[in-house]
Write a protein that binds this ligand. Structure first.
Ligand code: MTE
Length: 322
């Protein structure tokens, strides 16, 4: 199987649907020839984060937007959740049977109080908040989503991370009995993601439990998913069952699969194209324009959250640490 040569097609003609099909084809190709995925990983460890602190007030300015919301039916029927299939409408059909209760999360690694904790206990006493965030997928589409959730940092603090905790790793459930997509060894399951500790503790980073004031539907990552609004959507890992504090940068699923295309940081950046498509614009799925008729708009650095998060990357070359 070969990738279509996208470089010969004018960028204006490449729709994100083509991009998405291409990304999916990559999965099949890499599964057939595993060594292809193992190219191009530069040095493993980036420079340490700068010592700047972001205040809650600074971050709060990024908590809302008056942009048109994406419709509930679009948010819940146009999904990426490869554990349930690679078509956009697979998760809404196949994830209905995912059992989300009881649910517990294993928290371990570099922390004083590791443990396995039930979802209710994990969130107990932390006030749920509504956050309207833009979600920008690496494939070139975006939505505006009213999430309900709690700041991830509030949850992480309970486990008392040690000074060795430089990163946080997250793992999705991988149950072949409930997740039909797992029979394709495209991604090396379970789906894994990670953040640097300061990114995880940033007030914008949310552990979401709902959207539009309702419980999170399975296809959107019930009962508990990450939302990191300044990063490409694949960082926002769904249906989390494990959180680990680590000293070294954790391995993550898409980065492992194709490191030259999916970096660890993956901050939304219109100045750094994906090797096979432009990241300068996005197809905004919002308002009454359904996903079929959405228009393209410019993509903003850090997905429009630069005022809140750019200082986390002071002194880092974002072309290198994409
Ligand atoms: N988490 C898991 N476990 N599996 C996935 O396939 N897809 C990611 C991310 N989290 C994914 C995942 C991608 S590529 C995106 S764009 C978002 O989920 C999509 O979230 P949504 O379907 O709620 O819009």
């Amino acid at each position: 199987m070969r990738l279509r040569n996208l470089s010969r097609i004018p960028a204006s003609e490449i729709t994100d649907e083509a991009v998405y099909r291409d990304r999916r084809r990559l999965l099949g190709m890499l599964a057939a020839t595993p060594l292809l995925g193992l190219s191009g990983c530069a040095e493993a460890e980036p420079p340490p984060p700068p010592k700047t602190r972001v205040s809650v007030a600074q971050a709060r300015a990024g908590f809302g937007t008056d942009e048109e919301l994406t419709r509930y039916e679009d948010i819940t029927s146009y999904n990426n959740f490869y554990e349930f299939g690679t078509n956009k409408d697979d998760p809404s059909r196949a994830a209905k049977t995912l059992r989300t209760s009881p649910w517990s999360v294993v928290v371990d690694g570099e922390c004083a109080k590791p443990g396995t904790i039930g979802l209710e206990d994990l969130l107990r006493g932390i006030a749920a908040e509504e956050r309207v965030y833009r979600l920008r997928c690496v494939e070139g589409w975006s939505m505006v989503i009213p999430w309900t959730g709690v700041p991830l940092g509030e949850v992480l603090k309970r486990f008392e991370p040690t000074s060795k905790a430089k990163y946080v790793a997250f793992t999705t459930l991988a149950d072949p009995k409930q997740m039909p997509g797992l029979r394709y060894r495209s991604i090396d399951w379970p789906y894994r993601e990670g953040l640097r500790i300061d990114e995880a503790m940033h007030p914008l980073t949310l552990l979401a439990t709902g959207l539009y004031g309702k419980a999170l539907p399975q296809q959107n990552g019930a009962p508990l998913r990450l939302v990191v609004p300044w990063k490409y959507g694949f960082k926002s890992i769904k249906s989390i069952v494990a959180i680990r504090f680590t000293e070294r940068m954790p391995k993550t699923a898409w980065n492992e699969l194709q490191p030259s295309e999916y970096g660890f940081f993956s901050n939304v950046n219109p100045a750094v194209d994906h090797p096979r498509w432009s990241q300068k614009t996005e197809r905004r799925i919002a308002g009454t324009k359904s996903k079929l008729f959405a228009g393209r708009i410019p993509t903003l650095p850090f997905n429009g959250y630069a005022d809140q998060v750019a200082s986390l990357y002071a002194g880092m070359d974002l072309r290198k640490w994409y």
